[in-house]
Design a protein around this ligand. Structure first.
Ligand code: HDE
Length: 713
């Protein structure tokens, strides 16, 4: 008993020390009886040994030292200590879901890839969306590229199309990737800023890397702050090859087109969403799938041959260039549907290992120097992350088609080949000898002829850095152009060194003079001389309409979310009419109230609240309605969160439904004089449908020019 008091140990019975919740857990007094025996599984160790007590470690006497012999404690703590694996160097924050890919049009003429042969056939899919720069715990609405990585479990092996939501990239050669990412990530001495490119190092790298400017136009556009994973496009980015049964090659670019239409948020909104709900995108995907509103994308291909590649102004091997859809139209060949959330985030989303080199027979690489470098990096990174060469044994990474090979052993080998023979060639015959290569069925590489001196060079055909950047800019709606200018000013305003800011503007002058002038003005900077261009830009590439988000939005409010701010005594008929109209549209709504207990409407109906007003700011919704009683309006008019609710919705150009008694809140927020056509009355039943149908436009952009200091209208 050592130095402890024997009375204490013996006088107090062990169970009397139990916290009430523990007693309840063991079924000693509460309703939530969980002790084994009632069909509840018995808690065991990892070895399967039943556990009698998971609340107290083994000790010598009630107040004595812990004992090394406590194998349950040691195993539990050891496992906990090893719960983390290295996060991805890039794309650390991501969210995945399961679904399927269905072929809607055969591509048998151009590829022998099994997945593209039989119309109507489905293969399982797993998709992981991600941000690039932030770490695993960062917020969802960073201004950033989004990863759009698709794993298709085809009958001839896994095909990983590891793409982004932007069709071009910052750099042309993989050797610059570590520099790009170092520059974008938090600066190494201070370890900030997290998940943002608005700092000196990033813009320093960009200013010294003119090839990045096409991509910069995209990342400074609203593409980099999507409303949802469901409302973004995906792109394979590189030019790949398709090979048909005769070995004929066709170049291909892959596109995912969201059925939900394109949509983004605005920057001020993104900043506030990150505070209000850092999980905004993952929650959105989780909720949509669980409510049966399955996100869907069309798979489109741009197919072209060497002859087109030769006539194109740019090199199809250069990942900083795209092929406008007007030049090579998209052929839609399939659909991707996400219909199941993961059972366990770590097992699936964290452990999924995408590798660009995973392509089945019928799909092949090109010499794009970025793609070639990626094909090395992804396998290498998975070994570091997942700990060994057997990561394909993890269910999420395992193919769903037959596999037969002689690879064996290593860390965590789950299914070594069976039998005596683990090599080939061998003379053990067809039954014992194991698998054999199959020249007809197996993966073949396009027999491209390559010749030339070994050298470190960048092809001359990669030298134009500005023409497509300009084409992207002139393809944007005026409000989108304004957002690009605003984003550049915002980011560069966070850059401390004036020479870095100025150098960036010197490149913008090669893209669009007005843009450069606006940015220089926004920064209070004299206009510098244009940067020296490696090749004279083509100034008159025609606008390409698919490049705009605003021009490719949805034609309905379906899948969107209305926030309804209510108070006690709010007009019940109006509330119910609004709910009906929103539901009929295929949209959802959430109620915000002064108290989380909800509100009692004018007819006595009790409405549950999803958010208390402080926790449900309007940035979380696509449109808002304010349905309050006179007393409710008077009370909320004095509440800062309620005033923010309406003034933010207004500033973010949202459609606003204004109930008959709601005006005092708008007056208190100082916006009642500015209310416009997108602020609609909700006074009588018919107003509900009119409001929802107006909200199909998603945002009322003309308002922004009236409420923003930087407006250039
Ligand atoms: Fe990646 N990239 N990347 N990347 N990338 C990774 O692989 C890399 C690039 C992309 O949800 C890493 O498993 C190099 C372009 C996505 O798990 C790493 C280069 C595109 C994901 C890696 C690129 C992408 C990654 C980090 C320059 C769009 C997340 C962890 C040549 C077409 C996949 C990992 C997921 C992840 C390397 C450029 C997309 C380090 C060397 C271009 C969507 O291997």
């Amino acid at each position: 008993m050592g130095g402890e008091s024997p009375q204490k140990a013996s006088l107090v019975p062990a169970d009397a020390l139990l916290a009430p919740a523990y007693a309840e857990n063991r079924g000693e007094g509460g309703e939530t009886h969980q002790i084994a025996g009632d069909g509840v599984a018995t808690l065991t160790t990892q070895q399967g040994i039943p556990v009698a007590d998971d609340q107290n470690s083994l000790r010598q006497g009630a107040r004595g030292p812990a004992l090394l012999e406590d194998h349950h404690f040691r195993e539990k703590m050891f496992h906990f200590d090893h719960e983390r694996i290295p996060e991805r160097v890039v794309h650390a924050r991501g969210y995945g879901a399961h679904g399927f890919f269905e072929l809607t049009e055969s591509l048998a003429d151009v590829t022998r890839a099994d997945v593209f042969q039989r119309v109507g056939e489905r293969v399982p899919a797993f998709v992981r969306f991600s941000t690039v720069a932030g770490s695993k715990g960062s917020f969802d609405l960073a201004r950033d590229v989004r990863g759009f990585a698709v794993k298709l479990y085809t009958q001839e092996g896994n095909w990983d199309l590891v793409g982004n939501n932007i069709p071009v990239f910052f750099i042309q050669d993989a050797i610059k990737f570590p520099d790009l990412i170092h520059a974008a990530k938090p600066e190494p001495d201070r370890a900030f800023p997290q998940a943002q490119t608005a700092h000196d190092n990033f813009w320093d790298f960009v200013g010294l890397t003119p090839e990045s400017f096409h991509m910069i136009m995209w990342t400074m556009s609203d593409r980099a702050i999507p409303r949802s994973f469901r409302t973004m496009e995906g792109f394979g980015v590189h030019t790949f090859r398709l090979l048909n049964a005769k070995g004929k090659s066709t170049f291909v670019k892959f596109h995912w087109k969201p059925k939900q239409g394109l949509q983004s948020v605005v920057w001020n909104e993104a900043v506030k969403i990150n505070g209000a709900d850092p999980d905004f995108h993952r929650r959105d995907l989780w909720d949509a799938i669980n409510s049966g509103d399955f996100p869907e994308w069309e798979l489109g291909v741009q197919l072209f041959d060497d002859a087109f590649a030769d006539t194109f102004d740019f090199d199809v091997l250069d990942a900083t260039k795209l092929i406008p859809e007007e030049l090579v139209p998209i052929r839609v060949v399939g659909r991707l549907v996400l219909d199941r959330v993961v059972d366990n985030f770590f097992a699936e989303t964290e452990q999924v290992a995408f590798c660009t080199q995973n392509v089945p027979p019928g799909i092949d690489f090109t010499n794009d120097p970025l793609l070639q470098g990626r094909n090395f990096s992804y396998l290498d990174t998975q070994i570091k992350r997942l700990g060994g060469p057997n990561f394909t044994h993890i269910p999420i990474n395992a193919p769903k088609c037959p596999m037969a090979h002689f690879q064996q052993d290593g860390h965590m080998a789950m299914r070594n080949p069976v039998g005596r023979v683990n090599y080939e060639p061998n003379s053990w015959g067809p039954t014992q000898g194991g698998p054999r290569e199959d020249p007809a069925r197996g993966f073949t590489t396009f027999a491209e002829v390559a010749d030339g001196p070994k050298q470190r060079v960048r092809s001359e055909s990669f030298a134009d850095h500005y023409s497509q950047a300009r084409q992207f800019y002139v393809s944007q709606a005026p409000i989108e152009q304004k957002h690009i200018g605003d984003a550049l000013v915002f980011e560069l305003s966070k850059v401390e060194r004036a020479d870095i800011r100025s150098r960036v503007v010197s490149h913008l002058l090669n893209i669009d003079r007005d843009l450069a002038a606006n940015v220089a003005d926004g920064l209070g900077l004299p206009l510098p001389k244009p940067a020296v261009a490696a090749r004279e830009p083509i100034a008159d590439l025609p606008p390409s309409s698919p490049l705009s988000i605003v021009g490719n939005g949805p034609d309905s409010f379906k899948g969107r979310k209305l926030g309804i701010l209510v108070s006690d005594g709010a007009d019940a008929a109006m509330f119910k009419g609004l709910v009906k109209a929103v539901t009929a549209e295929g949209a959802v709504y959430e109620v915000i109230a002064p108290k989380i207990g909800g509100a009692t409407l004018s007819d006595g109906t009790k409405v549950a609240a999803k958010h208390k007003i402080d926790g449900g700011p309007s940035v979380l919704f696509d449109a808002v309605a304010v349905l309050v009683s006179d007393e409710g309006a008077a009370m909320l008019a004095g509440d800062a969160a309620a005033k923010d609710f309406v003034s933010d919705a207004f500033a973010h150009c949202k459609f606003i439904g204004i109930g008959a008694c709601a005006r005092p809140i708008f007056e208190a927020a100082g916006i009642s004089e500015q209310l416009d056509d997108a602020c609609l009355p909700l006074g009588k039943a018919a107003d509900a449908a009119a409001f929802v149908s107006a909200a199909r436009a998603l945002r009322h952009w003309p308002r922004e020019l009236k409420v923003d200091l930087d407006a250039v209208g």
